[in-house]
Design a protein around this ligand. Sequence first.
Ligand SMILES: CC(C)(COP(=O)(O)OP(=O)(O)OC[C@H]1O[C@@H](n2cnc3c(N)ncnc32)[C@H](O)[C@@H]1OP(=O)(O)O)[C@@H](O)C(=O)NCCC(=O)NCCS
Length: 164
Amino acid sequence: MAHEYPLGVKHVGSSRTIATRMLRHEDMNGSDRLFGGRLMEWIDDAAGIAARRHAGTAITTVAVDTLEFHHPAFLNDIVTIEAWVTHVERTSMEVRADTYVENTVTGERRMINHAYLTEVCIDEEGRPTPVPWGLVANTPEEHEECAASKKRAELRKLRRAQGI
Ligand SMILES: CC(C)(COP(=O)(O)OP(=O)(O)OC[C@H]1O[C@@H](n2cnc3c(N)ncnc32)[C@H](O)[C@@H]1OP(=O)(O)O)[C@@H](O)C(=O)NCCC(=O)NCCS
């Protein structure tokens, strides 16, 4: 069902958020690799900023789709998270967050993770409230991502309805 967005539309690029950090000792786990929970926190943070940039309201994370870690990251590596809103429903938004790790000695940059999060606009009582802005895609990549995100939204609804 098509939703109405009272404030009009924003471009995908309006929410684009880039967070960069150099890995310190306190970010490592017992095997001297980046602690996955720390990365999850940074992903949630970047996704929340992207959602807030789009909606301009208070938001909360209601779900994170599969999180896979494809490569490790080590001390002094630079981690960059790029997050942006890919789809808007009635009160919820899908945010994509891609994580890259850069080795500062070799300059090699690898994607270690990409995740989809669902962020919900909330009012002062913490209740879901409509997203005031719709989303418009410009580039072919953005159109492709938007089309795929509609399918993901349908699958999420189906999974929730079936309790799986
Ligand atoms: C987010 C929250 C306000 C939603 O409340 P709710 O009573 O579930 O409200 P609804 O069922 O109307 O869902 C609101 C929206 O979230 C979506 N949603 C709810 N649960 C979802 C899930 N598990 N996965 C994906 N989307 C979900 C719904 O589809 C709906 O989106 P839409 O309006 O765009 O169609 C409530 O679940 C909450 O406060 N959760 C805790 C969030 C939090 O504190 N996060 C921080 C980490 S603990």
